[in-house]
Design a protein around this ligand. Structure first.
Ligand SMILES: *Cc1c(COP(=O)(O)O)cnc(C)c1O
Length: 236
């Protein structure tokens, strides 16, 4: 299968899952997660029609963004954010999906270059108390959203979450239902938000059933990331 075949297959799966959930296919946006994948594969996917790409590791991301600046790609930052990295994130990305605390939101706001439109922001929530993952808990999410929405150079778009990995469809559904409930509550407080970013290669069908508006898909589009990719990325 070529990369273009993978894209068409994932698009078909999104369409089928949307129909099953009585939703229109275009209510779910596909973000291609290209971390640890080669630049020429990103280009192939772009030529096949994919415009939104997500990256998690900043130095790798900046190399790719620079190499591909002739393409009309919308870049999303989806990885953990250290405060000394906010300036580069604010200047290279259109969206940041992993804002988990006010300090980071404030720095991204203050460091967004004047000549770029407002940074599109999702707050990352972690409802399952997983220490290995960033994210605001349910009790603090409303304050975080409120803080983000007060920043002039940020546009609050919604929430992102990565629940515990499981192959069990019922458990995936339960976890996503819990996140979707928080999203719906927040939508009552912040009516302009429109993005619930949940679902990856292994669980995007359950996420779409539960109301995802954006799935973040890597492996199903690009194939497996290379062995020991984490060590390689951390080394640079
Ligand atoms: C890597 C990653 C994905 C994509 O995961 P796949 O299983 O390859 O689809 C999605 N979201 C985040 C935040 C990631 O880091």
């Amino acid at each position: 299968m070529t990369i273009a075949d993978n894209l068409h297959q994932v698009q078909q799966q999104i369409e089928d899952a949307s129909k099953k959930a009585s939703r229109t296919a275009n209510s779910v946006t596909l973000l291609a997660v290209s971390k640890a994948q080669e630049i020429n594969k990103i280009e192939q996917l772009y030529q096949a029609g994919q415009k939104l790409f997500g990256e998690s590791y900043l130095s790798e991301a900046i190399d790719k963004i620079t190499a591909l600046q002739h393409l009309d790609i919308e870049w999303h930052f989806i990885g953990p954010i250290q405060s000394n990295k906010t300036r580069d994130i604010a200047s290279h990305f259109s969206w940041v999906q992993s804002v988990d605390r006010e300090k980071i939101a404030k720095r991204l706001n203050d460091q967004r270059p004047d000549d770029r439109p407002a940074l599109q922001v999702l707050a990352q929530v972690n409802l399952f108390a997983e220490a290995s993952k960033q994210g605001s808990d349910a009790a603090s999410i409303e304050n975080l959203l409120s803080f983000i929405s007060d920043q002039p150079n940020l546009t609050l778009r919604g929430i992102m979450s990565i629940p515990p990995a499981t192959a069990d469809h019922g458990q995936q559904r339960e976890q996503f239902a819990k996140i979707a409930e928080v999203y719906q509550q927040m939508r009552m407080q912040f009516p302009s938000i429109d993005t619930l970013s949940i679902g990856m290669s292994g669980d995007m069908i359950a996420a779409i059933e539960q109301g995802s508006t954006m799935v973040r898909v890597g492996t199903a589009l690009f194939g497996e990331r290379p062995a020991n990719w984490k060590q390689k990325l951390k080394a640079n």
